[in-house]
Design a protein around this ligand. Structure first.
Ligand code: ADP
Ligand code: MG
Ligand code: ZN
Length: 471
């Protein structure tokens, strides 16, 4: 069994400005190196000033993750020499003599009741982004550095090695992401806003760290690959050595990194430019009293208020965008179970197929309501619903689709009676039994549906078959 610990880096996307300067913290689509100032470029003499909102967000997350919150925020300098960090140190936090991270010792509970302990949360600045213009990290002849990302406020959330397999890692990250999205701390649909380092070992081997994985799916794939690689070495009697690797998301392999780092090289010490900020009990209390509804509470509410199973409620709430969408549909079409079934069984399948998050779907709540209403009225069948759902996810109005493509259910009674007569002629035994056994009526209805390519309105067919049986 593998042992897995995660170091999750998330941008605090709710911040308007960077962690220690007043540069805007949203840089998507901006010219490289246009959202910068002396502080985030690390110019000598520039003085950082901590963003109070960032500390508040860290406290929010700490409360949601059941952590013990420190009575002060201490920033340290973490030294290393690399082109993504012009001042040669990153402002971060550390658990050591005289220093402490903002919070320690929390946990997240998984579906099966298992607890994954969280060791600590650090507030830290993101380094600049390195671009590899002529290949990858390993092959590019030179690099470009974009300081727009430098100084963005981040939280680093570090787990204990309590995770045992890639699926558990995925579930943990999905729940963490849902908590962060419910808090409003991180909109994880923003490219690059969640990056994960995974640490993984198997019995008989040392721990390997795979750095900088950009998606939850990538974490799962990298772990599967790495566990197989390590187990293969051990079964051949070869050692798994302690090393840092990186994930090649194109070739789907982990590769040794050429750049080595040792913790002892970081020379952590408190940043003399940044005196500690005190966290008072009152500050924590006022933040705690304004926390929004969190995933576990929302799951329970969905079960009580909408009568959903725990499984269905969990699937919806594990993605805040999907849960919000579900409740928006209910505002116009209040059939909680029907809506949940359609979203979970069919809608989500297309979302996954298209490799997008639910909040990136172009479907409007009205569209889902229309689909279910049209089915309820017998205008379309479930088969048609499934057929057009992918276009609805891409933004098409289902009422228009049904009209343009002539997809309405067959309700032509004369035609349907013809089909029913054919079925009755070919199934005399079934007709005989159907007069006594309602289950066989369903069989006859099924035969009629089959002959119409499942296009007929099943309610109408049912009525007509009964009428034929009586008449
Ligand atoms: P470092 O400071 O060198 O990164 P830490 O002890 O802080 O090392 O641990 C970093 C991460 O590695 C944590 O998430 C931790 O849970 C994980 N980890 C520690 N020991 C192991 C192990 N034997 N196997 C897998 N992961 C581990
Ligand atoms: Mg580490
Ligand atoms: Zn700046």
């Amino acid at each position: 069994m593998a042992k897995i610990g995660l170091e999750v880096h998330v941008h605090i996307t709710s911040l308007k400005t960077k962690l220690f300067c007043s540069c805007p913290s949203h840089y998507a689509g901006k010219e490289p190196n246009s959202v910068v100032c002396p502080v985030c470029l690390g110019l000598p003499g520039a003085i950082p000033v901590p963003n109070k909102k960032a500390i508040e967000e860290a406290i929010k997350v700490s409360l949601a993750l059941n952590m013990q919150i420190s009575d002060k925020v201490v920033f340290v300098r973490k030294h290393y020499f690399y082109p993504d960090m012009a001042k040669n140190y990153q402002i971060s936090q550390y658990d050591g003599p005289g220093t402490t991270p903002v919070a320690k010792n929390g946990f997240i509970k998984l579906r099966n009741g298992k607890t994954i302990r969280i060791r600590r949360i650090n507030i830290e600045e993101d380094p600049a982004k390195i671009v590899y213009p002529t290949g990858s990290l390993l092959t590019s002849k030179y690099v470009w550095v974009d300081y727009n990302r430098s100084g963005i406020g981040m939280l680093e959330i570090v787990t204990e090695p309590d995770i045992e397999d890639p699926k558990e890692a995925r579930e943990f990250l999905e729940k963490l992401r849902s908590i962060l999205e419910h808090l409003g701390t991180c909109d994880c649909t923003i490219e690059g806003s969640m990056r994960v380092d995974v640490n993984v070992s198997v019995p008989g081997g040392e721990r390997v760290e795979v750095k900088n994985i950009g998606s939850i799916k990538g974490v799962e794939e990298a772990l599967k690959y790495e566990i197989a690689r390590q187990e293969a070495l051990i079964s051949q009697g070869l050692p798994v050595k302690r090393e840092t690797r990186h994930w090649d998301d194109v070739r789907k392999v982990t590769l040794p990194s050429r750049y080595k780092e040792e913790e002892t090289d970081y020379r952590y010490f408190p940043d003399p430019d940044l005196p500690p900020t005190t966290i008072t009990e009152n500050w924590i209390k006022s933040i705690a009293s304004s926390l929004p509804e969190l995933p576990d509470a929302r799951i329970r509410r969905f079960m009580v208020q909408y009568g959903l199973s725990e499984y269905d409620a969990t699937v919806l709430v594990m993605d805040k965008g999907l849960a919000d969408f579900y409740e928006d549909v209910l505002k116009i079409y209040y059939k909680p179970k029907e809506v949940a079934n359609l979203l979970i069984n069919d809608y989500l399948r297309w979302i996954n197929e298209m490799n997008i998050r639910p909040s990136e779907s172009k479907a409007k709540p009205e569209y889902i309501a229309s689909l279910l209403k049209m089915m309820e009225e017998g205008v379309i069948t479930i088969k048609i619903v499934k057929e057009i759902l992918s276009d609805v996810v891409k933004g098409s109005d289902p009422r228009k689709l049904v009209e343009e493509r002539g997809l309405t259910a067959l309700r032509d009674q004369e035609f349907l009676m013809e089909v029913i007569k054919q079925v009755f002629a070919q199934e005399p035994d079934a007709v005989e039994k159907a007069r006594r056994d309602p289950k066989v009526v369903n069989y006859l209805v099924g035969q009629v549906m089959r002959r119409t390519g499942k296009r007929a309105d099943p309610y109408l067919v049912n009525q007509l078959v009964r009428k034929m049986l009586e008449g």
